[in-house]
Design a protein around this ligand. Structure first.
Ligand SMILES: C[S@@+](CC[C@H](N)C(=O)[O-])C[C@H]1O[C@@H](n2cnc3c(N)ncnc32)[C@H](O)[C@@H]1O
Length: 285
């Protein structure tokens, strides 16, 4: 799908998570799990940068990605024990990755690559099946309303930077704006490389990232079986300050938890068998 994503070493050189964002994500996860995660899944894991982070923190990790070469990069990066990365589609991550994850992580609007809202429903529905009862899903996405516009122009520019394995590269990412019909932001990305083995001097490509109106996102979460939004943070600041979950919220990191089949969010694991509820006397009218 993306020539850039196929180049794991180049992707990692530009998008390895900074110390600040690692700290902020760890704090967010620990707040909602009341401790460190034990099993983490990234359904669009790329070269496994976040999986590596959580594995170092002591978690078992698993992930999938559409790109074979990204998975090859992840398997080089990750240790053999306690980590698994497979080629697979986030619409239905491979069953072999397992279930009962207490944390799923999917940042940087990777879900936007699913351009069709029905695919996003399929994704959330299958993530519900992967998560443990009190598991959380930490996801980055963009909430934009029909009236919202995005300034076109450069959104990211960096380089040249050294590439592991040799050579160097520079990257420019531009937004070409939001299509009001498809709800997608069109991105143009140009990578210029020098002396990077087996890599063209210029990688130029264009792709679309789905954005969500507030109403559309709530409908999608309901259609997928129901998720509660436990937290909403501003994804444009690596400290991840709190942000109201509302219309036009922009680029956010959400913390979601599946509602149980009766539609209630699972807040606390029962420690004792519940006592039978006292019978209510019908009120007199
Ligand atoms: C922005 S990268 C994020 C990688 C990784 N999660 C990280 O944080 O470093 C987006 C990734 O989504 C992957 N991707 C796109 N569509 C996908 C799909 N349908 N299923 C699985 N992965 C997909 C791309 O190949 C790419 O590696």
């Amino acid at each position: 799908m993306s020539a850039f994503y196929r180049r794991s070493a180049i992707y990692a050189a530009f998008f390895a998570p900074s110390d600040d964002i690692r700290r902020s994500i760890d704090a967010l996860v620990r707040k909602h799990l009341r401790g460190a995660p034990k099993r983490v899944i990234d359904p669009a894991c790329g070269p496994g940068l976040w999986l590596e982070h959580f594995h170092r923190g002591g978690a078992e990790v698993a992930g999938c990605d559409l790109e074979e070469s990204a998975i090859a990069g992840a398997n080089e990066r990750l240790p053999k024990r306690g980590a698994r990365a497979l080629v697979g589609d986030m619409r239905r991550p491979p069953d072999e990755l397992g279930a009962e994850f207490d944390c799923a992580i999917n940042l940087d609007n990777s879900i936007g690559h699913l351009n069709d809202p029905l695919d996003v429903v399929a994704h959330f529905a299958s993530m519900r099946q992967r998560l443990s009862r009190r598991g959380i899903y930490v996801i980055g996405l963009a909430i934009r309303e029909a009236k919202d516009t995005i300034p076109t122009g450069i959104v990211f520019e960096r380089g040249p930077v050294d590439i592991a394995g040799g050579g160097f590269a520079a990257l420019r990412t531009e937004s070409l704006g939001l299509d009001k019909v498809t709800r997608c932001e069109r991105i143009r990305q140009i990578t210029i490389t020098a002396n990077v083995p087996d890599t063209p001097a210029v990688i130029a490509e264009q792709y679309d990232l789905l954005t969500f109106t507030f109403a559309m996102l709530k409908d999608i979460l309901d259609a997928a079986g129901g998720f509660e939004v436990l937290d909403c943070r501003d994804a444009t600041d690596e400290d991840l300050p709190k942000k109201p979950f509302r219309k036009g919220a922009g680029d956010v990191v959400l913390v979601l938890r599946a509602k149980d089949p009766a539609g209630k969010v699972v807040r606390k694991a029962a420690t004792k068998p519940a006592r039978a509820a006292p019978r209510r006397t019908p009120s007199k009218r």
